[in-house]
Design a protein around this ligand. Structure first.
Ligand SMILES: Cc1cc2nc3c(=O)[nH]c(=O)nc-3n(C[C@H](O)[C@H](O)[C@H](O)COP(=O)(O)OP(=O)(O)OC[C@H]3O[C@@H](n4cnc5c(N)ncnc54)[C@H](O)[C@@H]3O)c2cc1C
Length: 305
C-alpha cells in the first residue's frame, strides 16, 4: 500500500538551535525558526554554551523563539561552571516564565580542557541535575543518549546504566547523539528497550552543511563517520549546491529508513539553518499542505463513493 493511502500519522519533529552571538545571528535564528514552525514541531530547544558560558544568550534566544513562533521551547541546562544554587535559580526563573520542558545535560569543560571536573558546589552528572530539577518543579525533562557510547564511559553497559538512572530520576525522553548509520541507532534503541528504559528514544538528525566542520564535531563527541558518507561528499568542498543535494539525500534516507522501523519522533540539530531541515521535513510528508492532501479522499476513491 502506498504510504499515504491510509492517511497515516506522521512522525513528530523537534528542532535544536544554538544561541546566536550577534544581531545577524539573532535575525537568522528567528527567520529559521519561523520557517520551521510550519511543520508543527513538538518543541524547539536551545543549547547552553559548552562551558556554561551562554547563560544570558540562551535565555535571550528562548525568549525570542517563544515570541516568534509560539511553539513550546525547551532550554538546555548543564552542570558546568555553576553552583547548584545558580542552576536552580535559572530553572525557577524558567518555570515562572511558563517553561515546562528542559533538556538536562552534564556538559563539557571549556575547549582544550579534556578532563571534566564538577564545579565546586555544582551538580556532578546529568542524573544529579535531573533529580535536582524535579525537586524544583514537575518539569518535563529530556536527556542525552549515546548510540556509540559516551567517550568517557567505562563500558557500553555502564553508559546504559547511567542513561537508565537519568530516566529513573525523572527524564521522560532520550535525545540521541547524531549517527549516520540507521542500524547503529536501531541497535541502541533495542539495547535501551532490553535494559528496561521505557521512554521514547529520539534520533538526533544532523543535516551536513560542511564535511570539514562535521569531522570536527564527530571527533569531539566520538561519532563515527562511515566510509560511504566520506565518499559521497568527496570533492564537493567548493561545490555548495551539489553538497546540499547530497546532504538532503543522505538525511532523507536516514529518516525514511527509521520511520519504516517505527520511529515516531526526529530531533534535528539545525545549526540555525533552515534549508536542509525544511527539505527533510518535506520528505517526511510534514508540510501542512501534504497533511491536508493525505487526509482528503483521493479522486478515484471519491469518484467511487
Ligand atoms: C541531544 C544533546 C544535546 C546536548 N546539548 C548540549 C548543550 O546544550 N550544552 C553542552 O554543553 N553540551 C551539550 N551536549 C553534550 C553533552 O553535554 C556532552 O556529551 C557531555 O559530555 C555529557 O553530557 P550528558 O548529559 O550525557 O552526561 P552524563 O549523563 O552525566 O554522562 C557523562 C559521562 O559520565 C558518565 N557518568 C554518568 N554518571 C556517572 C557517575 N555517577 N559516575 C561516573 N560516571 C558517570 C557517563 O557514562 C558518561 O560517560 C548535548 C548532547 C546531546 C546528545
Amino acid at each position: 500500500m502506498p504510504p499515504d493511502a491510509a492517511a497515516p500519522s506522521r512522525p513528530a519533529v523537534s528542532f535544536e538551535f544554538f544561541p546566536p552571538a550577534d544581531e545577524v545571528g539573532e535575525h537568522a535564528l528567528v527567520t529559521t525558526a519561523e520557517r520551521l514552525a510550519r511543520f508543527a514541531p513538538a518543541f524547539l530547544s536551545v543549547t547552553f554554551g559548552a562551558d556554561g558560558s551562554t547563560r544570558e544568550r540562551t535565555r535571550g534566544a528562548v525568549r525570542r523563539l517563544r515570541a516568534a513562533t509560539r511553539v513550546a521551547v525547551a532550554p538546555h541546562l548543564t552542570c558546568v561552571g555553576a553552583p547548584r544554587e545558580a542552576v536552580d535559580a535559572l530553572a525557577r526563573e524558567y518555570w515562572d516564565a511558563g517553561i515546562r520542558h528542559l533538556v538536562a545535560l552534564r556538559g563539557d569543560g571549556a575547549a582544550g580542557d579534556d578532563r571534566y571536573a564538577p564545579a565546586p558546589g555544582g551538580y556532578a552528572y546529568a542524573v544529579d541535575l535531573v533529580a535536582g530539577l524535579k525537586r524544583i518543579a514537575d518539569f518535563e525533562i529530556s536527556v542525552a543518549g549515546y548510540p556509540e557510547t559516551h567517550p568517557e564511559a567505562g563500558t557500553p553497559a555502564a553508559d546504559l546504566d547511567c542513561l537508565k538512572a537519568k530516566v529513573e530520576a525523572g527524564a521522560s525522553r532520550v535525545i540521541a547523539q547524531f549517527v549516520f548509520e540507521p542500524e547503529t541507532f536501531l541497535r541502541f534503541r533495542d539495547r535501551c528497550e532490553a535494559a528496561g528504559i521505557r521512554v521514547p528514544i529520539v534520533p538526533g538528525v544532523l543535516p551536513i552543511t560542511r564535511f570539514a566542520q562535521l569531522e570536527r564535531f564527530a571527533a569531539r563527541c566520538g561519532a563515527t563517520l562511515p566510509g560511504w558518507l566520506r565518499r559521497r561528499f568527496a570533492g564537493l568542498e567548493e561545490d555548495e549546491a551539489t553538497r546540499r543535494l547530497v546532504a538532503a539525500a543522505v538525511a532523507t534516507e536516514f529518516v525514511t529508513r527509521l520511520e519504516r522501523e517505527g520511529i515516531a519522533h526526529f530531533h534535528f540539530y539545525t545549526l540555525n539553518r533552515a534549508e536542509l531541515t525544511v527539505a527533510i521535513c518535506h520528505a517526511l510528508g510534514l508540510a501542512p499542505e501534504a497533511r491536508a492532501d493525505a487526509s482528503a479522499p483521493s479522486a478515484s476513491v471519491a469518484g467511487r463513493a
